[in-house]
Write a protein that binds this ligand. Structure first.
Ligand code: FUC
Length: 797
């Protein structure tokens, strides 16, 4: 075979025969576009949890904007304010005296952290590929001459951003992926003609004073420092080619006449921990690249695929045949939905759901930082809300899909963060409240700030209690006893200690309450807002349960039980609504974005049908709140409506999210891009299809889980299938439905594990047979024949 044809065949085999063009029927979900990104929010994200990149896909001037998750402004710093404690009694007294504005003024002046703002997540740099011939000053993007069959896509099955086009008879293909096992971003350039690749490669950074050098003919190094005394950073790119030439060209590299090129990008900072910034970014980059040595692109690729697909492939989701929808570019699909609603594209939620899972894998892996307000992707030196971790909803929402959509490993950075916060939050507890344990307010940053910040809305001491719920949920989903004993319990116990010592007796009711506090993010400074009471009740309850399971600390558990009995209960107000505050002062039809008093309905589980009065009051408040506003507020509503089993209202919120708060690359909008809505919606969709928060014996956390099949299936989703969702108790569940009704459910788990299955009004208790797998039919009768002892039949509830 002539060399040219052989190469062309190899190219086609690598590229997939359908490229460029329509995908095969069994291909993985993907976002795709017929034009390059005009702006950052059109670009496509890749990431390995630590490194993130946005790929623009311009023909002549590719921009790959990248991030590293520890590049922030600032340096190690304790935000706790030494003189704050002196003002605490007076602030409390003013609240008790009904003078919340005076209390707020005092708190703003004397109780906020030092300084009262936290630090910001930073962009790192840009890799720039200039494909214009040296004698041509041609402009970027689709204006490139003679370009045909342009296609840009993000393949969620392989976690690869791909750009392909034909120019002057040559088909060019660019692939960009981020590898977790090798800790690099890889750019792979190929063409279906030999010697066709000509490109100048540069690297720069928006940080003043940063420099780029090409120390040899295949290496680029970018170095900089965020600010004086701040973090130092370096990224190092190694280029390899087959055929052709590569040489230094000033502070860039120039490749001419290559058959293919592989660019391997490492990046690191001097951040070691929130208390130590003595790492050497240069040594880190060299170590990363030395480890890779001369491994080929194919070798890097196979390691990346093995790692990524092990996570991503655990769940599949179909809302019917999407092959015709997939023949339409993603931005046009979204436009149709914006104009005509989801009926125009009924399968878009399946893509969006898998995109949420993709984004979590890309932005949250072991050893890295948790996904922040923008995940890991940020091009701005002054990003919205500093692109921090906001803990009065946003950070937690990022992790809602982790357990239920079978990505439990992605929680690792969150748990590392919580460990740090227990250290810095212990100082804040001691310095600002004069008590033990640890406390976190409504935001944290790379330096693990835990003191109140910004304004009086920052004076909300239950961020840590909320984060502890994730530790407990991890135990419920995984049954990992070592995790419970060694990671979860000590931190939960310390968080509970803070409240045991800090809660004060409300002079009117005698209940134990937080003060000062705030119901996120409305009203005035207050004592004992409903959300706080719910969060602390859950923390005490779970900490006691953990102590019981571990057979330790009976006295401490007894103290928790005594305090728990004195917490304010959920209260029903004069309109039949669940009250947001201790006093019955709710404004009817308050459509605030935050759903704080409904925390115990979702993500908590304390409000449930077992108490019909409170359940109805919660539903009343949920109805009052109406539609969402920010993207994340739609997402929270989706999950909440799923918890009251109303799939159609959840679906309506989903539709509005697409119409109002979704960008062409399917990133979520708060006002600006904010990733929480992507994650929260993914979790909300899961909640519509499967729930497992209830237990057969309420109040006993060891009761067997109740798994509800299709609890909130909207009428629009007549046919579908989902595999691999996780349920509490360590189960994995597949569901298939047709004409709006369950066809079958498969439950996998430890042999002998028991759960109660519910579907509509049917309920049955099952125990997994020796094979660890059970298939139930529409009436919840075992469809495959398990051993006699494991047979079960459904009964009407
Ligand atoms: C909370 C929200 C805002 C925004 C910010 C990051 O303050 O109320 O809408 O999401 O976090």
């Amino acid at each position: 075979m002539p060399a040219l044809r052989a190469r062309a065949c190899l190219f086609l085999a690598l590229a997939g025969s359908a490229w460029p063009g329509a995908r095969a029927a069994d291909a993985s979900p993907r976002l795709w576009f017929a034009q390059p990104a005009a702006k950052w929010t059109d670009a496509l994200p890749v990431g390995n949890g630590r490194l993130g990149a946005m790929v623009f896909g311009r023909v002549d001037a590719e921009r790959i904007q990248f991030n590293e998750d520890t590049l922030w402004t600032g340096h190690p710093h304790d935000y706790a304010r030494p003189d704050a404690l002196a003002y605490l009694p007076r602030i409390r007294q003013l609240i008790a005296d009904g003078k919340p504005d005076e209390a707020g003024k005092l708190a703003k002046e004397h109780f906020l952290g030092d300084p009262p703002r936290q630090k910001a997540y930073q962009p790192f740099g840009d890799l720039r590929l200039d494909f214009t011939p040296p004698d041509n000053s041609g402009s970027a993007a689709s204006a490139a001459p003679g370009v045909a069959n342009y296609r840009r896509e993000l393949d969620l099955g392989t976690a690869t951003a791909v750009v392909a086009y034909n120019q002057a008879g040559v088909t060019f293909r660019r692939e960009v992926f981020a590898s977790f096992p090798d800790n690099v971003i890889v750019v792979h350039l190929t063409a279906d003609h030999p010697r066709a690749i000509n490109v100048r490669i540069g690297m720069d950074s928006p940080h003043l004073g940063s420099t780029t050098v090409a120390p040899d003919d295949r290496t680029l190094i970018l170095r900089g420092q965020v600010e004086a005394g701040g973090l130092r950073f370096e990224s190092r790119m190694l280029a390899r080619i087959s055929g052709g030439n590569i040489r230094r060209d000033g502070n860039a590299l120039r490749i001419t006449g290559a058959d293919s090129a592989t660019l391997v990008l490492a990046a690191a900072t001097s951040f070691k921990s929130f208390q130590d910034t003595s790492a050497d970014p240069d040594a880190r980059c060299r170590t990363t690249l030395d480890r890779i040595g001369d491994r080929t692109e194919a070798s890097l690729r196979s390691a990346q695929l093995a790692d990524y697909q092990r996570l991503f492939r655990r769940v599949s989701f179909s809302l019917g045949d999407d092959s015709s929808a997939d023949s339409v570019p993603t931005d046009q699909r979204l436009d149709r939905v914006k104009r005509g609603g989801l009926a125009e594209d009924p399968t878009l939620p399946a893509l969006y759901f898998q995109y949420g899972r993709y984004l979590l894998i890309a932005s949250s892996r072991a050893g890295g930082q948790p996904a922040n307000l923008q995940g890991i992707w940020n091009e701005q030196l002054d990003p919205p809300w500093e692109s921090k971790w906001t803990t009065n909803i946003n950070l937690e929402m990022n992790y809602w899909p982790a357990e239920v959509t079978n990505l439990t490993e992605c929680t690792a950075p969150l748990f590392d963060l919580i460990d740090d916060l227990a250290v810095s939050g212990h100082r804040t507890a001691r310095v600002q409240y004069g008590v033990g344990g640890w406390v976190l307010h409504h935001n944290t940053d790379l330096w693990r700030g835990t003191a109140p910040i910004n304004g009086i809305d920052g004076v909300w001491p239950t961020g840590g209690a909320w984060l502890c719920q994730h530790l407990w949920e991890h135990w419920l989903f995984t049954g990992d006893r070592t995790f419970l004993a060694q990671r979860a319990y000590p931190v939960m116990k310390s968080a509970a200690e803070f409240f045991l010592e800090d809660l004060i007796k409300d002079p009117k009711t005698g209940w134990l309450v937080t003060s000062p506090s705030y119901s996120p993010e409305q009203g005035t400074l207050t004592a004992g807002p409903t959300m706080d009471n719910q969060l602390i009740r859950a923390l005490f309850e779970h900490t006691r349960a953990a102590a019981g399971l571990l057979g330790i600390d009976p006295d401490f558990a007894g103290r928790l039980a005594a305090a728990q009995a004195q917490l304010p209960p959920n209260q029903v107000g004069k309109y039949g609504q669940l009250q947001e505050w201790l006093a019955d002062v709710d404004r009817p039809h308050n459509a605030h974005r935050h759903m704080s008093p409904l925390w115990a309905l979702f993500p908590g589980d304390d409000i449930n049908p077992s108490d019909p009065r409170i359940f109805a009051a919660a539903k009343k408040l949920l109805t009052w709140r109406g539609d969402g506003s920010t993207g994340w507020s739609y997402a929270w509503r989706i999950a909440l409506w799923a918890r009251v089993d109303d799939g159609d209202v959840a679906y309506h919120q989903l539709e509005l999210l697409y119409r109002r708060k979704t960008l062409p690359n399917l990133f979520d909008l708060c006002g600006p891009f904010q990733i929480d809505g992507n994650f929260g919606t993914t979790a909300g969709i899961a909640e519509m299809l499967l729930q497992s928060q209830s237990r057969t014996e309420r109040g006993d956390s060891a009761g067997i889980p109740v798994i509800q099949l299709l609890p909130a299936l909207p009428h629009a989703w007549t046919d579908g299938a989902i595999t691999g969702l996780r349920a509490r108790g360590g189960f994995e569940v597949d569901e298939r439905w047709h004409a709006g009704a369950l066809v079958s459910a498969t439950i996998r788990g430890t042999p002998g594990a028991a759960c109660q299955m519910r579907y509509g009004t049917l309920t049955t208790t099952v125990r997994l047979p020796a094979a660890g797998r059970l298939v139930l039919g529409p009436a919840l009768a075992a469809a495959s024949v398990p051993p006699a002892a494991d047979r079960s039949t459904a009964t009407e509830r």
